[in-house]
Design a protein around this ligand. Structure first.
Ligand code: SF4
Length: 145
């Protein structure tokens, strides 16, 4: 997304103007007040030169949009994915957005999700990830994080 979202102006106070390379959309975004420390710690992006400049990972590996409250329109429509799910033929079958928003792109994955969803209640975020990746892998899907 770094190739899509380019910071064209730093207005100070963690406020930036972002240009969308594809849509031409220009948006002013501001780092969420509760994510300032996370935004300022850029270590989690050291090996991700193509990541959106506002993406960060916390110490548990959880992904965060640090400008979530003012994120560009395209992000409101499509969102960042945290887990990307492919079927056995390598076609995209679904995504996990934010922490636990499971979005199946196929009816087959939708049915699997409805079967498995009740088993996930009460899990921590990390346990939830492990369980979801586990049932997807067992069913023949491939998960990209
Ligand atoms: S949702 Fe946030 S982190 Fe993701 S591309 Fe948009 S601005 Fe970047």
């Amino acid at each position: 997304m770094n190739l899509v979202h380019t910071i064209t102006e730093d207005r100070g106070d963690n406020t930036f103007v972002v240009y969308n390379y594809y849509s031409g959309e220009v948006t002013e975004v501001r780092v969420d007040a509760d994510k300032t420390a996370l935004y300022e710690d850029t270590r989690s992006l050291e090996n991700l030169p193509d990541a959106c400049p506002f993406l960060r990972f916390d110490t548990e590996g959880k992904a965060w949009c640090t400008v979530h409250l003012t994120r560009p329109e395209i992000c409101r429509d499509y969102c960042c994915w945290r887990l990307l799910i492919y079927d056995a033929q390598g076609r995209r079958a679904g995504r996990v957005l934010y922490q636990r928003t499971f979005v199946p792109d196929t009816a087959e994955l939708g049915r699997l999700w409805e079967e498995e969803k009740p088993k996930l209640s009460g899990l921590t975020d990390r346990e939830w990830d492990v369980a979801v990746i586990g049932f997807l892998t067992k069913a023949g899907y491939r998960v990209r994080q």
